[in-house]
Design a protein around this ligand. Structure first.
Ligand code: ATP
Length: 236
C-alpha cells in the first residue's frame, strides 16, 4: 500500500532519514520505533507532505507522492495525527472535524462526523471549545477523530498515546484495535512503549540515526541486539 524506496532526507549537513526502503501493507498495523532523533517524525512528515525527501521515492497505492501537495495526499487516503495535539483555536470539537474533513475530501459529511464523534467518545463534547475545554485524553481522541473524518486508508499516528496513564493507554489501545477493524484502515504508529507496540502491531520497523536497523515481529525487533544497543547507547 505504501512503499518507501531508498528515501533520504537531509537538513543541511544532518541526514535525518538515510536510504530507507520500507513497505506498509494494506490493512496492517506497523510500529515505528527508535530513540529520540532517530528520524521517525521526519519520515511521517515526508509521507504526509510536510517535508520533501532529498532523494528516493514514496508511492501510495501506485501513485507517486514525491511531488504531490499535502491536500492531494489526504484526498488519496493518507491521514495523520501530530505528537502535540493541534486543535484549531476558537473552534468547537465538531467544527475541528468539519475543517479537517473539508480539507481532505472537499465536502462535509455530517453522518460520517456523527459516527466518528460517537466512535471516539466525543459526541457529548461536540460543542465544547477544542483548544480550551478538553482534557489531554479528549485532545488525543480529537486528533484521532480529525484523522478519521478524512476517511483515510492509511493512518499515521505519531505518539498518540504519549503522556497517558496506564488506564488511558489501555482505553486507547482498545480504540485503535476497534478502529483498525471497523474502518478497515492501515496504521503506521510511532510509539515508545514496547507493551503497546506488542499489543497493536503485526510488524515493527526500528530506526536509528535515520537508518532502518531492524524489521520484523515485535518480539524479533525488540530482541535484536542492534535495536537494544540503539536504545542503550551501546551500554549493554
Ligand atoms: N526541520 C528540521 N530542520 C532541521 N533538523 C531537523 C528538522 N526536523 C527534524 N530535524 C532533525 O532530524 C533528526 C530526526 O528528527 P525526528 O524528529 O524525525 O526524530 P524522531 O525519531 O521523531 O524523534 P522523537 O522520538 O524525539 O520525536 C533530529 O536530529 C532532528 O533534530
Amino acid at each position: 500500500m505504501l512503499q518507501l524506496d531508498d528515501m533520504t532526507i537531509r537538513f543541511g549537513a544532518l541526514t535525518a532519514v538515510d536510504a530507507v526502503t520500507l513497505t506498509a501493507h494494506r490493512n496492517e498495523v506497523l510500529g515505528l520505533v527508535g530513540p529520540n532523533g532517530a528520524g521517525k517524525t521526519t519520515l511521517f512528515n515526508a509521507i504526509s507532505g510536510l517535508v520533501r525527501p532529498t532523494s528516493g521515492s514514496i508511492r501510495f497505492q501506485d501513485a507517486d507522492l514525491s511531488r504531490m501537495p499535502l491536500h492531494r495526499r489526504a484526498r488519496l487516503g493518507i491521514g495523520r495525527t501530530f505528537q502535540i495535539p493541534q486543535p484549531l483555536a476558537e473552534l468547537t470539537v465538531r467544527e475541528n472535524l468539519v475543517v479537517a474533513q473539508r480539507f481532505s475530501t472537499g465536502r462535509t459529511d455530517d453522518e460520517q462526523i456523527a459516527q466518528v464523534l460517537d466512535f471516539t467518545g466525543l459526541a457529548a463534547l461536540a460543542q465544547r471549545n477544542a483548544a480550551t475545554e478538553l482534557a489531554l485524553t479528549e485532545l488525543k481522541a480529537l486528533e484521532i477523530a480529525k484523522a478519521l473524518c478524512t476517511k483515510p486508508k492509511l493512518l499515521l499516528l505519531d505518539e498518540v498515546l504519549a503522556g497517558l496513564e496506564t488506564a488511558g493507554k489501555r482505553r486507547f489501545v482498545g480504540m485503535l484495535r476497534d478502529l483498525h477493524a471497523r474502518f478497515q484502515v492501515g496504521i503506521v504508529i510511532i510509539e515508545h512503549d514496547i507493551e503497546t507496540i506488542g499489543q497493536l502491531c503485526n510488524r515493527v520497523a526500528a530506526l536509528d540515526f535515520g537508518h532502518l536497523i531492524a524489521l520484523g515481529t515485535p518480539d524479533d525487533v525488540f530482541n535484536d541486539p542492534e535495536v537494544v544497543r540503539s536504545y542503550t547507547g551501546g551500554q549493554t
